[in-house]
Design a protein around this ligand. Structure first.
Ligand code: ZN
Length: 650
């Protein structure tokens, strides 16, 4: 039994749906209410079937199980729902090993240490004599008392062991633990000293609001103006978005996030009522941070220094379109990097162009309306680059044109979506004043110069999964074929939809789609991310795997490395794969049709409204006919002709 089945068994879908605010009343053995997925007040078209732990709306055709419901209703992704429902039902997602228990215990202890440190530093800032330096700085930056409170700002005294003494003498922690938490540093001569001294302290929290580390702004003449916690079991710089715990709701509500550079930028923005603002640690966004953001929104605004794009273009050498930056943390954002993130985000990145020499903190402080106007005027990433990377070039001259194409072609080439790419080739051509064909040639050359970008084959070393040859369920095998041989999709889709044209009444009840045929939530989910990230999947399956939820990733790896027994013939392999997939899909379709037929029949029997009853009766008939058609073995015309002739002989 899969984990999701286990969870579903322990859940009651009726309770779950009621708990989300849908009023359900009994209708025979089942439950009905107004559908939460389409606006209506006339007829309760939404039915919940406790027996199959599923739901169906006969009006908008929303359907699914407990997982699908929570995902659709709360807008969460599969991994989040899996963890939430696992937690609610007490199902363990991973094997609990003593080592893992130990690691969890360590992390919990470190969180407690961080909490205690934050409370102490905050106390020093707000209430003590030695905190005066910190209070002066806070006042100078125009941060209010409410901001200091909300963000639990603190002050680390100008002292080598102020925090160390407090946490060991008063709180009873061991110095070794404080070192693991990144708060103290071991002396070579023995003993420990405070890492943060004479600094304003910004506690850094994860999306859940737990303190995972600290940032410190030097208030003396320390050469390092800003200092963060080192990497610890809790603090991974590349995962952190400062302010995400408090910005989460606003980001979701406004369906947009604004990314700025500094702690104070975030504080000032929130203080002025711009609640959807966060900052990464360091200047660049990382793939992990994009991952956090995209659960909340697909629309990202980056506040960039006016010269950033131009400076980076020359600094980084755009012609080196190599993958080095995929694995390392890039200290400087590069245009190419942002395009990659846009692709991973599968959304839109817009650039807020700041006035030269001013950061968001200053702009907001001077005039919140100006900030609002800058955000409203933000340009889509590529438009921004086209504008700014050509700003200092003489586009009338051959040299200027060549330089502009050199700068822009690698960026256009990095756009994964072919339609978008074509759009920007046109834009660049217009801007530079060259024929589009010239730009296209250069872009294609850049693309070809990037080996491996279009490979479809998976690397051999991709999992080393044992048990890769153990048999799969029919549905798993279908998905495996679809993932391994993309060409199969067409055949399967035409098999699933070929007879539906005769049954217009079934529109919605049976869609004939691949997703509908995949009845297991994890399979359906995998297929969905395969469709959502088609370009990434085609260009780099390993990268596609990496962005999956770990639970799905393991399954995806298994399906991608599966081999049939007996193996598919090597001659005409794709054809055989297509045939096999279509055959399996046709088999599963019968179950899908029977299930839907049973649902509609059940609803038909209890529905009160005459018009609804008539409508459902018609659809039930169509379903019965369609069911007959897809379950009766198809006779070839040979037998029909033969039958006719036999008829005639009688
Ligand atoms: Zn509905």
């Amino acid at each position: 039994m899969s984990v999701t089945d286990d969870i579903k068994q322990r859940l009651d879908i009726v309770d779950l749906i009621r708990g989300s605010g849908v009023d359900l009343r009994k209708a025979g053995r089942n439950f009905t209410g107004f559908c939460p997925f389409h606006p209506n007040a006339r007829t309760p078209a939404f039915y919940v079937f406790p027996e199959t732990q599923s739901y169906y709306c006969f009006s908008c055709h929303a359907s699914g199980d407990a997982f699908g419901f929570v995902m659709a209703r709360q807008g969460l992704d599969f991994g989040e729902v899996l963890r939430e429902l696992a937690g609610r039902t007490g199902v363990q997602l991973e094997e609990r090993t003593p080592q893992r228990e130990q690691e969890d215990a360590t992390r919990a202890r470190l969180r407690q240490i961080n909490e205690d440190a934050a409370v102490y530093w905050h106390h020093v800032l707000v209430h003590t004599q030695k905190g005066q330096i910190g209070r002066d700085y806070v006042a100078r930056r125009k941060l209010t008392a409410a901001t200091v409170e909300t963000w639990q700002l603190g002050y680390a005294a100008d002292d080598w062991s102020d925090l160390l003494r407090y946490l060991t003498d008063r709180k009873g922690y061991q110095p070794e633990e404080l070192e693991t938490a990144g708060l103290v540093i071991k002396r070579e001569s023995g003993g420990y000293y405070d890492r943060f001294r004479n600094r304003l302290i910004f506690p850094i929290r994860n999306p859940k609001g737990e303190i995972i580390g600290f940032g410190g702004r030097a208030l003396g003449d320390d050469h390092a103006k800003y200092m963060n916690s080192p990497e610890t079991p809790l603090f991974h710089k590349s995962h952190v978005l400062y302010g995400i715990d408090l910005a989460r709701e606003a980001i979701r509500r406004q369906d947009a996030v604004v990314v700025v550079e500094g702690y104070v930028d975030v504080l000032m923005a929130h203080q002025a009522g711009f609640g959807n603002v966060v900052a990464p640690m360091g200047t660049a966004l990382t793939a992990d941070q994009v991952g956090i953001i995209k659960k909340l929104t697909r629309s990202v605004y980056l506040a960039l220094d006016a010269d950033a794009a131009g400076a980076n273009a020359t600094l980084k050498g755009l012609q080196t379109l190599r993958d080095g930056m995929d694995t390392t943390v890039v200290p400087v954002p590069t245009p190419h990097g942002y395009i990659r993130w846009e692709r991973e985000l599968d959304g839109v990145i817009k650039i807020i162009a700041l006035p030269p020499g001013r950061d968001p903190d200053e702009v907001i402080q001077a005039d919140p309306a100006e900030w609002r106007a800058l955000v409203a005027a933000a340009l889509p990433l590529m438009d921004y680059y086209i504008l700014h990377l050509t700003a200092n070039l003489a586009l009338g001259s051959a040299k200027g044109k060549a330089e502009a194409v050199d700068r822009l072609a690698p960026l256009v080439a990095a756009i994964a979506n072919p339609v978008e790419r074509a759009h920007y080739m046109q834009q660049v051509a217009d801007k530079v004043g060259l024929a589009e064909r010239v730009i296209r040639d250069v872009v294609e050359r850049v693309r070809r110069g990037k080996p491996g970008s279009l490979r479809v084959e998976l690397p051999r070393d991709m999992g080393g999964l044992d048990g890769a040859s153990t048999s799969l369920s029919a549905e798993d095998q279908l998905l495996s074929l679809l993932l391994r041989f993309p060409i199969v999709q067409d055949t399967v889709e035409s098999e699933l939809s070929k007879d539906l044209g005769q049954f217009p009444d079934l529109a919605g009840d049976i869609r004939g789609s691949v997703a509908e045929t995949l009845t297991h939530i994890e399979n359906r989910q995998l297929w969905q991310t395969r469709l959502d990230h088609a370009a990434l999947f085609a260009a780099d399956p390993t990268a596609w795997l990496e962005q999956l939820d770990p639970y799905l990733r393991e399954r995806a790896q298994r399906l991608l490395t599966y081999t049939e027994t007996p193996e598919l013939p090597t001659v005409n392999r794709l054809h055989h794969a297509s045939e096999l997939a279509a055959k399996i899909a046709a088999e599963i379709r019968r179950t899908v049709v029977v299930n839907r037929k049973n649902q509609i029949k059940t609803i038909f029997e209890v529905v009160q409204d005459g018009a609804d009853q008539q409508l459902l009766g018609k659809r039930l008939h169509a379903l019965l006919d369609y069911h007959n058609l897809v379950t009766t073995p198809r006779r070839s015309t040979f037998y029909r002709d033969l039958g006719n002739r036999l008829e005639q002989l009688k």
